[in-house]
Ligand binder design. Structure first.
Ligand SMILES: Nc1ncnc2c1ncn2[C@@H]1O[C@H](COP(=O)(O)OP(=O)(O)OP(=O)(O)O)[C@@H](O)[C@H]1O
Ligand SMILES: [Mg+2]
Length: 282
């Protein structure tokens, strides 16, 4: 098993999504309360497949790489440019969920920051299985039944993050992702927590990311090293829009320097200019 990842993040751009002072004020010791409500804590029994190396292998190279990624993203965060971020990829199975779980845990910095991880892949929910949790009604149930999605948030012990699992498969994922309730939930979370991370479906097979990309500050792109054909990455990136991509992760990279450099030559990675066009449109 190889957890080597390479994170490529662009330089901070000019977009402002919130007041930097407000961001600073939110640097607090996170506890088990969210927007004044005490959130139930549930204990994870992490499945090996979850591969949350930042928790299980804190001194590994992979964990170091997630720390580096955290530093890059925190630079955007401190400047008030980035707070809600979706994780996606061109194809299924590239490591989106694994990345989202590791990144959220890393961003929480053992309780220093409040991080909410949302399972926004309503097609193949895996959170309960991966985290070894006894299921409860999740986000899909809440959106379908017109209940407050916040009731479905739990704090995960020992990861120290807040999770909002999908709960069950949705028959109409696009309708739910497009619903005013979903947008309202993101707006509420943005105003009250430090980070909101959305684990999404892949871009090419389904239009989910297209549906919600405008509701978040940026997209984190995952590529499975040696597996994703470059033309498909290009097609998917074009669909999402380069200006929406805040960084790229080469997951499962083992001695793939040549693959990595060819991605670089093709302009993926440093050349994205995060926020350039978004800033103009906000
Ligand atoms: N770096 C890695 N090394 C080894 N196995 C990995 C690595 N990253 C992910 N995996 C494994 O690959 C499988 C797919 O990973 P994951 O579920 O994170 O992908 P995904 O992009 O979310 O998939 P989907 O598109 O189905 O949602 C899982 O079994 C996961 O444990
Ligand atoms: Mg997934």
């Amino acid at each position: 098993m190889n957890h080597k990842i390479r994170s490529l993040t662009s330089n901070p751009g000019p977009m402002q999504v919130s007041d930097p002072q407000e961001q600073q004020n939110q640097l607090h010791l996170a506890d088990d309360t969210l927007m004044g409500e005490t959130i139930e804590t549930v204990e994870c029994a992490l499945a090996p497949e979850s591969r949350i190396v930042v928790h299980t292998e804190p001194t590994s190279l992979a964990t170091d790489r997630f720390r580096l990624l955290r530093m890059s993203l925190n630079a955007h965060w401190m400047a008030g440019r980035l707070k809600t971020m979706l994780v996606s990829s061109a194809l299924p199975g590239e490591g989106k969920t694994t990345t989202a779980l590791n990144l959220a845990t890393s961003l929480a910095e053992r309780g220093k920051r409040t991080v909410v991880l949302i399972e926004a892949d309503f097609r193949q929910p895996v959170f309960f299985d991966r985290l070894g949790l006894t299921p409860w009604p999740g986000l899909v149930n809440a959106l379908k039944e017109n209940r407050d999605p916040f009731e479905s948030i739990r704090k995960l012990d020992p990861l120290g993050i807040f999770a909002l699992p999908a709960g069950e498969q949705a028959e109409n994922p696009i309708d739910l992702l497009n619903s005013p309730e979903f947008t309202k939930m993101l707006v509420r979370l943005r105003s009250s927590v430090d980070w909101v991370i959305l684990d999404c479906a892949p871009v090419l097979p389904v239009p989910d990311v297209q549906t919600i990309k405008s509701k978040v500050d940026g997209c984190l792109w995952v590529m499975r090293a040696g597996q994703t054909p470059r033309d498909l990455i290009e097609e998917a990136v074009q669909q999402v829009g380069q200006e929406n991509i805040v960084g790229m992760i080469l997951n499962d990279a083992e001695a793939l320097e040549s693959t990595y450099s060819s991605y670089s030559r093709y302009g993926y990675g440093y050349g994205y200019g995060y926020g350039k066009n978004k800033a103009a449109s906000k």
